[in-house]
Every structure is written in C-alpha cells, then in structure tokens.
Design a binder for this molecule. Structure first.
Ligand code: THU
Length: 355
C-alpha cells in the first residue's frame, strides 16, 4: 500500500520513529486485508483547530476529535490486470494534539495512540464500523491483529512488551501542554467515525448538512492532495506521449467516484487526423476498464503551455459524454484553473438529443 504521509501541524513535534510506527501499523492492516500495492491512502496530522472545523463541517459536531476518515471508495479492490493505475482509498486526518492528550490519559504514550488512531481509521476506510456491539467487537479484533504484528496491541501493553523500547510508548513533546494525571486503562472508543463519500451520504446523516456549505470534497485540504496526486500521474504519463510530429507532449488523467485513476497521453499518427489527444486516451482507458458516464468526477490535463492547457473541442465533447463535472486545466509548472463542463462546452450534444 502506498501511504502519503504529511505532517501539517506545528503544535506537536512528531518523531521519525512515530511516523515509521504509524506506517508499520497501516501496512499491517494492508497486509492482513491483502490490499494491493496500488492502493493508496493519505494520512495527515493536523492540530485540534483544523480537526475541529472538519468535525463541525462533516459531522455537525462542534468540537475537536481524535481522527476522521474520509472514504473515497467503498467498493472492492480493483483487479490487478487491466485495472486502474492507482486505487485511492481515502484520507485519514489525525489530530496530533488530541493523540498526545489521549496517549497520556491512557498511559500508553503518543506513539502508540498515533498508531492506534491510524489503524482504527484505516479499518473504517475498509468498511469496519463500531455502531453496534457485534461490529465493534469485530473491529476491535482487527485492530488488535494489526497492532500485534508490530507489538503494540492491547495485549502487548498489558504485558509491558516493548516498554524497554522508548519509541513504542514515547510521549511527544508538546509546547505548553499541561501534564495530566495518568489514568491507566484499556483503549477507549474513538469518537470519530468514517465519513461517507459524498455519493453515499444520506440526508439523515448528522454530518450531511445539505445546503449549509458545499459538501463536495473540493472544499477540504484532502482534495488538494487528490489534485496533486492526479497531477503527478499526469506528468509521469505525459512522458510517454508519442509525438514525432508536433513534439508537443500532453498528459491527462481522470479520477472516478470510486477513487480509481486512469491516465492518458497524446498518440500521434503519420496520417495526422488519426492523432488522439491525451484527454481522450485517459477517458477511453477508463471506459475500457468499465467506467461509465457519471462515474468520473474529475479530469486533469497538462502540457508545457504558457497559460494552462485548454482541451480541444473534440475532447470536450467526449467529456460531455462522460458527464465529467470538474475539469482541471494545468501546465507542467503546476498552474491550474478549475472549470465546470458547462463552462467548457455549453449547449453540448447529448444522447438525450436524439433518443
Ligand atoms: N493535444 C492533446 O493531447 N490534447 C489537447 O487538448 C490538444 C492537443 C495534442 C494532440 C497533438 O498530438 C498535439 O497535442 C498537437 O495538437
């Protein structure tokens, strides 16, 4: 599994060892669940203030929490052969400040708390929940299995295994964090829960405040990461452009609702009219894997242009066929402009016009 880790807070000094342990914990879950090497998860450490805003916006709960899981996909793992290049599982957002507090409260330290929260959150992304007693027991068992693999399970804590290894139960350094009395105890229930992908949210969900604010992931930092990810893929695929005539390399990628990414580059031909643009190659690549209209959430295109790269009319028509709502026009230096399909191709020709 690919783990995109970023420490986006300054309040807690998180050691390299803590990050390494967190990654080991996540990889243990990946191994136990036989996740493919193409599966990707983003993990971000934030402060209480940031997680408070996310908790309020997405769950309607007006306070910080320890961890939030933003699922991109609830589907099965994609097939390896003919499957997408990458499978984005979602985002894990952990409050480092809360992890410090909880690590102290439960007496097992920051590192173990951090790993626990990561493992718990990844299991949420894989569909586990703790809504009722039975589900909770299953989820707790899965947590233990993963944590056992890195000697950080509750059983290890009870036995004191690893106590001589300072990294295992280390407490992070927090500026001006008051010491709290240590209350030894079993792992508490994390307050957070998986946040469903927008497509699956029901009006009844307390985190779905329809109309209050755009619920689209584009408002949260996580989406910036998704765009960055797409952009990276686009630059890589652009290198494969077959352009003996124009020498103008273009790369493109589409992101599906289930978090899969399909890429494309332009492929030219001596019979010039047969040239196919990068955007269409990306869309057709997705279609060949079974992706259908309304299943693509975003397309990103980039070339070495002064301003951002604007898709040709033919590609816009194909985007209209697939009803891709968001198009990110970029250049290889990373300048980006996001537009809607309607802005790119108003009055487009649709199947409904002749059906
Ligand atoms: N091209 C694309 O790949 N996408 C576009 O949106 C515009 C043009 C390619 C096609 C051809 O290989 C080269 O750029 C010059 O037209």
């Amino acid at each position: 599994m690919i783990i995109n880790f970023s420490d986006d807070q300054d309040e807690v000094k998180v050691s390299k060892e803590a990050v390494a342990l967190l990654k080991q914990g996540l990889q243990a879950v990946a191994k136990l669940h036989k996740l493919s090497a193409k599966t990707e998860v983003s993990v971000s450490l934030v402060n209480d203030e940031v997680i408070h805003v996310l908790n309020k916006d997405y769950r309607g709960i007006d306070r910080p929490t320890d961890v939030l899981s933003f699922a991109l996909d609830e589907a099965e793992e994609p097939q390896e052969i003919g499957g997408p290049e990458t499978h984005l599982l979602g985002d894990i957002i952990i409050s480092a400040e809360t992890a410090v507090r909880q690590g102290r409260e439960y007496g097992h330290g920051f590192n173990r708390e951090l790993v626990y929260l990561g493992v718990h959150s990844l299991l949420h992304l894989l569909g586990y929940d703790h809504m009722n007693k039975e589900d909770k027991a299953v989820m707790r068992q899965e947590e233990e299995k993963a944590l056992q693999m890195i000697h950080l399970s509750q059983a290890d804590l009870d036995r004191g295994t690893g106590k001589d290894d300072p990294d295992h139960f280390a407490v992070a350094v927090v500026d001006a964090e008051p010491e709290k009395s240590v209350k030894k105890g079993k792992q508490k229930d994390t307050a957070s829960e998986k946040i469903k992908p927008v497509k699956n949210r029901k009006k009844s969900d307390n985190n779905a405040k329809e109309g209050k604010k755009s619920m689209g992931r584009k408002d949260v930092k996580a989406t910036d990461k998704t765009i960055k990810k797409l952009f990276k893929k686009v630059l890589k695929t652009r290198e494969n452009a077959y352009v003996p005539f124009s020498n103008f390399k273009v790369g493109a990628a589409v992101l599906t609702k289930s978090g899969d990414i399909y890429t494309g580059c332009n492929v030219e031909n001596s019979s010039f009219g047969l040239t196919v643009c990068a955007e269409r190659v990306a869309m057709f690549n997705a279609a060949a894997a079974g992706v259908r209209p309304r299943e693509i959430t975003m397309l990103l295109v980039a070339a070495d242009t002064e301003d951002v790269t604007s898709p040709c009319g033919a590609c816009r028509q194909v985007m209209a066929e697939f009803e891709i709502p968001v198009i990110v026009m970029a250049n290889i230096r990373g300048d980006m402009k996001t537009v809607s399909l309607e802005e790119l191709l108003p009055f487009s020709f649709k199947a409904a016009d002749f059906a």
